[in-house]
Design a protein around this ligand. Sequence first.
Ligand SMILES: [Zn+2]
Ligand SMILES: [Zn+2]
Length: 282
Amino acid sequence: MGDTPVRVKFWGVRGSTPTPQVENLGYGGNTSCVEIGTPAGETLIFDAGSGIRNLGNEMMRRAAGAPQDVSLFLTHYHWDHIQGLPFFVPLFGAKNRVSFYTGLDSRPVRDVLEGQMSKPYFPIGLDQVAAQREFEVIPEGESKSVAGCTVIPFPMNHPQGAAGYRIEVGRSVIVYATDYEHGNAKLDSILLDHARDADILICDAQYTPAEYETHRGWGHSTWVNAAHVGREANAKRVVLFHHDPLHDDAFMDAMVAEARTAFDGPASDSIVAAREGLQIVL
Ligand SMILES: [Zn+2]
Ligand SMILES: [Zn+2]
């Protein structure tokens, strides 16, 4: 690719529910939303948790009135991955187009998202917003080429299902694997295949190993498993993601220190925890 790098920016990193409480704000209280900025200056968005509100405002500033073509990929439809959508300002611009994609084929994506904004939940329906909308399920085994990126969905072990994504931009590879529980041999091996040689593996790490023992079947993983997958897949960097609402900043600092010490040594930054505003440039 050209000289302009690929950017990965975290707008929401919290799992389950927003936590706007002061002791959590170092890592952030908004729910899942990750932006990938391409070398051509285009934006891909992964998940529409409450973090997408700030991203939408930033996109409006950047566009300065120019039409926007937004590509939004959803992992699944649990609240913490869609709840920011009604407040995503580009939806309300008549010159804009928003394309919704998912690798999850359990329900029609359009019905689910329109349902979220239907009466009596929200005053404006998704079918009434000004932006042009498109909805597309990417069939299993297929990929989507958009904005110079190849986006490859894959199924993950999660209650009601979730799609992970491998995103290839030039020579850079980013893997987004949140809302995933380890322990299903077939799906673990699918994740490993898709995470192969990633520059960045963003991985569900909601629990400590001790917490996991009382949360089996809840659909989330641990920092130990995230680090193992990263190592097995030869990923350059693992980003711990989907932080538990109960994990305040001090807890998160300790978790990252423990993960680094266990895997690559305390001085290494090959394991980081996602925090709101963190930007990684490839
Ligand atoms: Zn979630
Ligand atoms: Zn979920």
